[in-house]
Design a protein around this ligand. Structure first.
Ligand code: G1P
Length: 286
């Protein structure tokens, strides 16, 4: 079985739910505590052993490219002022030269379309896909998936309240041992009454190269968009497909409430902030 060495980060979305913050700022650059969402996703991928980082960007996303490049003036200033800790931090987040690749999605035509835009870079290997909006606190989700990966397609899954199925890709489960669930069907954003289960896809995938053959057809699905879910569903029966219930806690940073919760949860975990924030929150909500 081939190793998972590459990851695709679709970052071309407009982020309209966070206007006006995202008018000029890419939504992936919104910060949880002091780190942009996209950096959490890149670090999760690097910790999972990913060597090539493929960003599918769009117009107005140059802040992401700058974030993962040297900032010569900043580094010189930090060095001159002896701020070695800050300097180490900005230098350590750099990836190996040539390992960060950008490709433009010319129109926001859906997640499947974004992933398809990276088809020539993915080539004939299994590749991870990470949605930075889905921020996961705890053990690296992609790392857990790669450890459990046995070929074919794999998605991270979680059980959601039945009335939320219309926000997710939803699985028709087969064999389910509580952690790994066989995916016998997958449908994008079904209404609660049509949903085959309440097992939802979270934004972490390992996809095998055959997915691109299906994406090539450019068929529109839910919401008039080209859905990754649909191409994965078409491969059922052709290749193994499983869902992994990961051990971390997921925050939907594409929604305001999820983003606020993530900020609080991540800050509570930080040595220098946690205790102070906890006392303040306790007083505040009294
Ligand atoms: C995307 C996928 C959906 C998945 C979700 C997870 O939807 O299309 O299947 O469940 O991410 O966050 P989006 O939230 O981008 O509309």
């Amino acid at each position: 079985m081939q190793q998972v060495r590459k990851a695709i980060f679709p970052v071309g979305g407009l982020g309209t739910r966070f206007l006006p913050a995202t008018k000029a700022l890419p939504k992936e650059m919104l910060t949880v505590v002091d780190k942009p969402l996209i950096q959490y996703a890149v670090e999760e991928a690097a910790d999972a052993g990913i060597e090539e980082f493929i960003f599918v960007t769009g117009r107005n996303k140059s802040a992401i490219e700058d974030h993962f490049d040297h900032s010569v003036e900043l580094e010189a200033t930090l060095a001159a002022k002896g701020k070695t800790q800050a300097l180490d931090m900005v230098q350590q987040m750099m990836r190996n030269p040539g390992s960060v690749i950008y490709v433009r999605q010319q129109e926001p035509a859906g997640l499947g379309h974004a992933v398809w835009c990276a088809r020539h870079l993915a080539q004939s290997e299994p590749v991870a896909v990470l949605l930075a909006d889905d921020l996961i606190l705890g053990t690296g989700c992609l790392g857990e998936m790669i450890s459990a990966y046995n070929g074919g397609n794999m998605v991270a899954v979680m059980d959601v309240p039945q009335n939320e199925t219309a926000s997710y890709g939803i699985v028709t489960p087969g064999a389910d041992d509580g952690r790994i669930v066989e995916v016998n069907g997958l449908v994008e954003k079904p209404s609660p009454k049509d949903a085959p289960s309440n097992i939802a896809v979270v934004g972490r995938y390992i996809i095998e190269p055959g997915v691109f053959t299906h994406l090539d057809r450019q068929e529109q699905g839910a919401g008039g968009e080209i859905q990754l879910t649909d191409s994965l569903a078409r491969q059922i029966g052709e290749v193994p497909f499983s869902g992994l219930r990961f051990s971390g806690e997921r925050f939907d940073c594409g929604s305001k409430i999820g983003f606020l919760q993530a900020n609080i949860a991540f800050a509570l975990q930080r040595d220098e902030l946690g205790q102070h924030l906890k006392s303040w929150l306790t007083e505040r909500v009294k």
